[in-house]
Design a protein around this ligand. Structure first.
Ligand code: COA
Length: 379
């Protein structure tokens, strides 16, 4: 019996293919709506906290106050990473890319958590808590290590957002910046079957452990067409240099068929709702820091891309200038994306484990058949 797949050609990049059922999140690309477990992203960004959103993503309902307090406590007691992992990181080349460092250090955490590899819900949730608590500690530790500074011990009285900025910058964040950062974490938490989340589900579908699934997710997120775009947006703004150079630069870039970073989306055909918030924060931070040039440049590029190509900014477009104005180095933008997306990745892994089926699609074979082997000297 033939096991050949259906002969219909696969959509390039699997666009529009439904590859899993999920209750975690949904994207309506036509209307520009993003929901997590039924709640609109605008509602969550306006009213919630990152910890509350993580609870929602993992459990399917908003927490009661005791449930939220309990989850926060679990994160706080798990902020610290094993000393061995920090020692290992100190041996890495100081110019290593932070996403490479994060991928390797997250994977190494698994060595020190021998009981955390199970795929039953109880074990998997415990591991998800540890990973979510510790990923920010790793990102911040690398920033300190590579700049020859003392690694800051996490402060278990702080939220994930506050603690991250504290460990990263070595001082407690101002309340408005901690809030902006917290909302940025909410906005990046989940986005349905994006490339990195799909990767984590494929890995989890083999019943490999969460450490492996998240390591794979980080590898996928690093690419410039995915999470790597935010770093490239800021590089682009710096390359252009000033507002008056945009028209010429953009015309040339489009003529050369260059992709304008932070613009366009595989699903959204209108404004990405996350960009609405990040635009506002980029403006607010620009005014606060007395440097609105990056925001103004971004606005002009946004308008030109809409006029010329009918394309809208995505989540990465304004997060770039917002993070930059918070004194975050460019190559740490994507690791920060991971500090948030860990919640969606682990949520999807829990969902996959809860109703697992090995993910094993077919390829549409377009090669030759029936060729006969010839000895090497006769080729
Ligand atoms: N700048 C200029 N042109 C773009 C573009 C961009 N950012 N994004 C897409 N296009 C153009 C393509 O060149 C292509 O044009 P063509 O038909 O003349 O060849 C057309 O739009 C379709 O592009 P395609 O890459 O097939 O669309 P997609 O749906 O697969 O793209 C992205 C989605 C996100 C990969 C793409 O928009 C992109 O590369 N954006 C920049 C990177 C980025 O910001 N990534 C973060 C996503 S959250």
């Amino acid at each position: 019996m033939s096991t050949a797949p259906d002969s219909t050609a696969a959509a390039a990049g699997l666009r529009g293919v439904v590859a899993a059922q999920s209750k975690i999140g949904d994207v309506d690309g036509e209307k520009g709506i993003l929901i997590y477990q039924g709640y609109d992203i605008h509602d969550l960004a306006e009213n919630s906290t990152f910890e509350e959103v993580i609870y929602l993503i993992w459990n399917g309902h908003l927490p009661k106050s005791g449930e939220l307090e309990d989850l926060k406590k679990q994160f706080q007691v798990n902020y610290a990473v094993p000393a061995e992992v920090l020692e290992m990181m100190k041996t890495f080349p100081k110019d290593a890319n932070p996403m490479d460092v994060l991928r390797t250090s997250i994977s190494a955490l698994g060595f020190y958590d021998p009981s955390g590899h199970g795929t039953d819900r109880e074990t998997a949730v415990k591991t998800a808590v540890k990973l979510t608590a510790q990923i920010g500690t790793l990102v911040a530790a690398w920033e300190r290590i590579r700049s020859g500074k003392e690694v800051i011990v996490p402060d278990s009285s702080l939220s994930i957002a506050e603690n991250f900025l504290y460990m990263f910058q070595g001082k407690k964040p101002e309340a408005d910046e901690a809030h902006i950062f917290d909302v940025a974490l909410i906005l990046h938490a989940d986005h349905e079957l994006n490339a990195s989340t799909f990767t984590t589900r494929v890995i989890a579908g083999t019943l490999a452990d969460i450490y492996g699934a998240v390591t794979g997710g980080i590898a996928a997120l690093a690419g410039p067409l995915h999470g790597g775009a935010n770093t490239n947006v800021m590089k682009m703004l710096k390359e252009i240099g000033s507002e008056d150079k945009i028209d010429l630069w953009l015309d040339k870039a489009l003529e050369e068929k260059r992709k304008i970073m932070g613009i366009g989306h595989a699903v959204y055909k209108t404004e990405d709702p996350r960009a609405t918030w990040l635009r506002k924060y980029s403006k607010q931070l620009g005014e606060k820091k007395g440097d609105s040039s990056w925001f103004n440049m971004s606005q002009k590029i946004e308008k030109s891309m809409l006029d010329k190509k009918g394309m809208y900014p995505n989540v990465d477009f304004y997060s770039a200038s917002a993070y930059y104005l918070m004194d975050i180095p460019l190559d740490q933008f994507t690791p920060i994306f991971a500090v948030s997306r860990i919640s969606g990745w682990t949520g999807h892994v829990l969902e996959q484990y809860g109703n697992n089926k090995l993910i094993r699609p077919r390829a549409e074979y377009i090669g030759e058949r029936g060729l006969k082997y010839s000895p090497i000297e006769q080729r």
